[in-house]
Ligand binder design. Structure first.
Ligand SMILES: C[S@@+](CC[C@H](N)C(=O)[O-])C[C@H]1O[C@@H](n2cnc3c(N)ncnc32)[C@H](O)[C@@H]1O
Length: 359
């Protein structure tokens, strides 16, 4: 049975997301863009089989997927809620939900005209409340926003609501549209901090609570702060200054105020530094291939089972310049030294992706 699904990526990398989705199914039909970074696609496979193939080698640019089980035309009035409720009640997939299954409803509303005030007569919360009630009544499943096993996704765009129920693990992200938001913390030093936080969550890894870490391109010091907070001793490498708030970690922090390449020259000759670092992270502002080479050249300093994370900065797409091709080049440079890598364009990444590396 063919299945239609909705893909979310960042606005900027929608083309790259389209290309990579096509790799999972040569007969995939790509639909129109509903919004920048939101498009429909239809596979000839059934949804579970298709999602399983995607899960084996997750995409980089597509952040979120869900199967469309029902489409409801919208009037933007309260009656839409009744129509959506009816559509959910009739979803065959609902019959498969065992009582007590933890589930959640995620709703997103888009306006047709950018900047126009919201003209729906209901909010995403109202959709959620209504549909939670329907699912609960019909199946006995229980709402669990934090750890749902099943997610009923709703996207209202271009005059229609697209609804689908799927296991959270097949959606690529447990967050609506892959939009992982973190509560603002007072101690946060930079916006970049959120990228590392999100990467650890998406790649399901934890920072070690002891040992030493290298942070390349560390200034102003957001990633350094997270590493220090985890309990690591950190060498922060950056020609620029670190935020003065890091002074309180003085005992565990040293700042090499220069370029990463110069730090490396000094270190490779020092046998005590080889294999010494449990963590190597890099957020240096440089071209993706150069950043990949930098991670490769630092590999001798990383412990054998060490954890490495790097961002790869990408240019804006043009007719000649395809960010997805640059990513492929950079990843193939990295793969020779770090065969086990995972790459994602995270919600907190701007024109860049984040890569988890293991030797
Ligand atoms: C995006 S910022 C890093 C933000 C940081 N991760 C944080 O959490 O605050 C990029 C940094 O890379 C540094 N940089 C650029 N080239 C570098 C190089 N060759 N070696 C070390 N740092 C470099 C820049 O000085 C800049 O501070």
């Amino acid at each position: 049975m063919p299945s239609t699904f909705l893909v979310t990526s960042s606005d900027e990398f929608e083309n790259a997301a389209r290309v990579e989705m096509g790799r999972y199914d040569s007969k995939l039909k790509l639909g129109k863009s509903l919004e920048p970074g939101l498009f429909l696609a239809t596979t000839q496979l059934n949804w579970d089989d298709f999602a399983a193939i995607v899960g084996q080698e997750p995409p980089i640019f597509a952040r979120h997927l869900f199967p469309v089980h029902a489409t409801v035309p919208l009037t933007k009035t309260e009656t839409d809620l009744d129509k959506m409720a009816e559509a959910v009640e009739q979803m065959p997939r609902l019959e498969e939900l065992a009582a007590d299954t933890p589930f959640s409803v995620q709703a997103r509303l888009f306006e047709e005209i950018e900047g126009q005030a919201l003209s729906y007569a209901y909010t995403p919360f109202a959709i959620k409340e209504r549909l939670v009630e329907v699912v609960q009544k019909k199946t006995g499943a229980v709402e669990n926003i934090r750890e749902p096993l099943e997610i009923l996704s709703v996207v209202c765009s271009q005059g229609s609501a697209y609804l689908g129920l799927s296991p959270a693990e097949l959606n690529l992200s447990g967050w609506a549209g892959g939009m992982r938001r973190f509560a603002k913390r007072e101690e946060q030093i930079s916006r970049a901090e959120l990228k590392l936080q999100e990467a650890l969550e998406v790649f399901e890894v934890e920072l070690p609570t002891g040992g030493e870490a290298l942070d390349l391109g560390a200034s102003p010091g957001g990633w350094t702060r997270l590493l220090l907070e985890a309990g690591l001793k950190v060498t922060a490498i950056d020609p620029a200054d670190l935020d003065p708030r890091l002074q309180k970690y003085e005992a565990a922090l040293s700042h090499f105020q220069g370029h990463a390449e110069r730090f490396l020259e000094n270190s490779l000759a020092d046998k005590f530094r080889l294999g010494r670092y449990a963590v190597l992270v890099s957020d240096v502002r440089m071209d993706a291939n150069m950043a990949a080479h930098l991670m490769v050249s630092f590999a001798p300093l990383l412990a054998r089972d060490g954890l490495a994370i790097t961002t790869l900065k990408l240019p804006h797409e043009t007719a000649k310049l395809k960010p997805a091709q640059l990513v492929e080049q950079a990843l193939s440079i990295l793969r020779k030294t770090y065969p086990n890598l995972q790459a994602r364009q995270l919600f907190h990444n701007r024109s860049e992706i984040t890569v988890l590396l293991r030797k």
